[in-house]
Design a binder for this molecule. Structure first.
Ligand SMILES: [Zn+2]
Length: 239
């Protein structure tokens, strides 16, 4: 078996039966059983580490040999881990630990508009369109920052501040392949630019017809496109 100390190298996700074994143990935390150590598995590892009581600085998407032994119940949970795990019962993995920075400097607000039927939204089941995004309300001009490092794969200028499809668009592709989409914004970056976590990428468009907000989508892949099936509720990873 290869050393799992290397998991995951984000430029070269590992694959194989040892990954599948880990995914099987993580299954109830949302990892796909595909034998590939990709972003879904890394996030599942992170959630498990949080719940298992790892010290905060080790709550990341990597799984070392010792972590694997604990996950597969080949070694006993240390007492200090158990104490932290008890304190974290019912407390979700905080966004500050998940590795994503909050894109806007104001509160996210409650809930999510993900999966709300919306004529302007992404095509989904039953021939309906869905609002597959979080609307994050903030005054016009509010800075929008990259939640994670990546490559700018689209930056469309803002052409108007009225109507339904107002403002411009910025898309950032993570190294793992996910794409963050910000709509109703004024881009501050250009296509192919590399951005780092927390870097200013846009500002919120001052919308004339209603409360200004950044419409934030999270795509599984760029190639998957604007379809509900290809989208993740951003609230689930930013929380
Ligand atoms: Zn929206």
């Amino acid at each position: 078996m290869r050393s799992l100390e290397l998991m995951p190298n984000e430029d070269d996700w590992l694959e194989g039966p040892d990954v599948l074994e880990v995914q099987t143990a993580l299954r109830f935390r949302g990892a796909a059983l595909d034998g590939i150590f990709g972003p879904d598995t890394a996030l599942a590892v992170q959630k498990w580490k949080w719940r298992f009581g790892f010290p905060k600085r080790h709550v990341n998407g990597r799984l070392g040999l010792q972590g694997r032994a604990w996950l597969l119940r080949l070694a006993a949970q240390p007492a200090d881990f158990r104490a932290r795990a008890d304190q974290r019962k019912g407390v979700p993995l905080p966004g500050s630990v998940s590795g994503y920075a909050a894109p806007l400097p104001v509160g996210m607000g409650h809930g999510s508009e993900f999966r709300v039927v919306d004529a302007e939204g992404a095509p989904g089941p039953g021939g309906k369109n869905y609002h597959a995004a979080k609307d994050w309300f903030a005054p016009g001009g509010t800075p929008v920052r990259a939640p994670i490092g990546g490559r700018v794969c689209e930056a469309k200028p803002s052409l108007n501040d009225t109507g339904q499809v107002f403002g411009g668009t910025v898309k950032i592709e993570e190294r793992g392949g996910r794409v963050w989409v910000f709509r109703h914004v004024v881009p501050k970056v250009s296509v192919e630019e590399r951005v780092s976590r927390g870097q200013l990428v846009a500002t919120v468009t001052a919308w004339k017809d209603g409360p200004p907000h950044a419409h934030i989508e999270l795509w599984k892949t760029l190639a998957g496109g604007y379809r509900l099936e290809n989208m993740i509720d951003p609230v689930t990873v930013l929380r």
